[in-house]
Design a binder for this molecule. Structure first.
Ligand SMILES: [Zn+2]
Length: 175
């Protein structure tokens, strides 16, 4: 069933202040929230991403969508509302990127496995577990809800290099 004219939200880029703010809890689970979730999936796919957090479309709320299969498997579409990591184990170090930091890719240390408590689009509390890439995406997206970007996990030196690269791109009008 093809959707007509999905509303695509523009993804805001670093250093937009909304990205550094802690999102507010979602308290109303209504038709508007369902619509926003659909729009977030559409916006994420349009931007070629596997995860998108509401602050990235300038909505400072604790809501994120993830699909590490990138549209290949509808069962892998995950909506996490007011999520909280309740258990984690192991360690993984992989390259990470972010729709709000285009062209920047750096290795980030994350937990190998996480368990999350969150609400679904109806407000029901659910638990989601993920390992490897899914665990990475979950941690990355929940960070967004706390105003944290993946570059905040880098060493001071690496982070400074990244910020310098961004400044250069901005100067050249490529950011
Ligand atoms: Zn991101």
């Amino acid at each position: 069933m093809a959707k007509k004219n999905p509303k695509i939200h523009e993804v805001v880029k670093y250093p937009d202040p909304v990205l550094a703010k802690r999102g507010e809890a979602v308290t109303v689970f209504d038709a508007d929230l369902k619509k926003l979730v659909d729009e977030m999936f559409d916006s994420m796919y349009a931007a070629q991403g596997i995860g998108l957090a509401a602050p990235q479309i300038n909505i400072s709320k604790r809501l994120t969508v993830i699909d590490i299969s990138f549209q290949k498997n509808p069962e892998e579409k995950i909506v996490l509302i007011n999520p909280e990591i309740i258990d984690r184990s192991g360690k993984q170090v992989e390259e990470e990127g972010c729709l709000s930091l285009p062209e920047i890719r750096e290795k980030v240390t994350r937990s190998e496995w996480v368990k999350v408590k969150a609400q679904d689009v109806t407000g029901k509390w659910i638990e989601v577990e993920g390992e490897e890439l899914l665990a990475r995406a979950i941690q990355h997206e929940i960070d967004h809800l706390d105003g944290i970007l993946f570059i905040d996990h880098l060493s001071r030196l690496k982070r400074d290099l990244v910020l310098r690269k961004i400044k250069k791109l901005q100067k050249n009008g490529e950011w």
